[in-house]
Design a protein around this ligand. Structure first.
Ligand SMILES: [Zn+2]
Ligand SMILES: [Zn+2]
Length: 331
């Protein structure tokens, strides 16, 4: 007998702890699939949803790094077999016809839906997803290893692509995303420089263990001029620091959905065609190209596992910077 009741950890309103709820298992609508969740990653964006810092509806079940298996397909869905493993990312639905969707920039769709922010996500035993936004995942990753690939890996990949193909890449904030992207960039033959919080010697050692050429504090000058810097920490003060670290014509890519204000800085630090840009969401093409790369690169995904009921603990550890690698919830 399939389960008729599902369990979720729900945010009722901003700044409230997640609460365990039970409800009937939803049915997939047209174009949707019902998925039994096997693992869901914990992302920095979940904290922004919890803190009311990004557009979301409440109550909401967070979680947009979902790995699970298809239980049922709704009307009009083809190409999914019952039991098939799929991954569900942050971008949960797009309109398909606005100027952005029509020009290959569906990440900027005018009327998108976001998993775990405007539609219920994967901090749950079950989730309903738009079948068009479900990815096949490389077999070489277990469910737990694959979960952080769906945002930390995927958004990081988009940020790395926007950074260009320079040989020297700086990563500011060495959490779930950077620990994956550092390995991808090293595999591509680049030199990676990891910048962490002051005094985070454990994080710096972790970065070096994954192949980074150098690791130090974000307040230290870069030992070499960087071709590009990727900022994963939600700290606006890192933007002028990173700008000082990049060469003429270099880029600073802000990869997060939310950041504290960027302090004023001298125009001379931007001069000589340095650029600052942000990354918003993902396209499905980012997903297919990233998973193809991830299947080849010898990625070592470091995770800390929590039971679904421990979601509040996992989020607290992420907030305090205590996690090494990525937190993953198991229902
Ligand atoms: Zn659109
Ligand atoms: Zn995310």
């Amino acid at each position: 007998m399939p389960a008729t009741t599902m369990i979720a950890m729900q945010i009722d309103a901003p700044h409230r702890p997640l609460r365990r709820v039970e409800r009937p298992v939803p049915r997939p609508g047209p174009g949707e699939v019902l998925i039994a969740v096997s693992a869901c990653g914990v992302c920095r964006t979940d904290l922004h949803v919890l803190d009311g810092e990004v557009p979301a509806r409440y109550p909401i079940v967070p979680g947009h790094e979902i790995v699970g298996r298809v239980l049922e397909a709704g009307a009009g869905v083809s190409g999914f077999a019952r039991g098939q493993r799929v991954g569900v990312p942050w971008l949960g639905h797009t309109c398909g016809h606005c100027a952005y969707c029509a020009s290959g920039a569906e990440n900027l769709c005018d009327t998108p839906q976001f998993t775990g922010a405007t539609r219920d996500g994967g901090y749950a035993t079950h989730v309903v997803a738009d079948a068009h936004f479900c990815f096949a995942l490389p077999d070489r990753f277990s469910d737990v290893e694959a979960a952080p690939l769906l945002c930390a890996g995927l958004i990081g990949w988009r940020a790395l692509r926007l950074a260009g193909d320079g040989a020297r890449i700086g990563l500011y904030g060495f959490g779930a995303a950077a620990h994956i992207l550092a390995q991808v960039a090293v595999w591509q033959g680049r030199e990676v420089f990891a910048f962490t919080r002051d005094g985070d010697t454990a994080g710096q050692a972790f970065a070096r263990s994954l192949g980074c050429a150098w690791a130090g504090a974000s307040t230290e000058p870069s030992p070499e001029p960087l071709d590009a810097a990727l900022i994963f920490a939600p700290v606006g003060a890192l933007v002028p620091l990173a700008l000082k670290a990049v060469r003429k014509g270099g880029r600073v890519v802000c990869a997060g959905i939310h950041m504290s204000d960027i302090p004023a800085f001298p125009y001379a630090d931007l001069w000589e065609e340095r650029q600052i840009l942000s990354v918003a969401n993902l396209t499905r093409e980012d997903g297919t190209s990233f998973f193809a790369t991830a299947a080849q690169a010898d990625l070592h995904i470091v995770t800390e596992i929590f039971a679904l009921a421990e979601a509040n603990t996992a989020l607290a550890r992420l907030r305090s910077g205590e996690l090494v690698g990525a937190a993953v919830l198991l229902p």
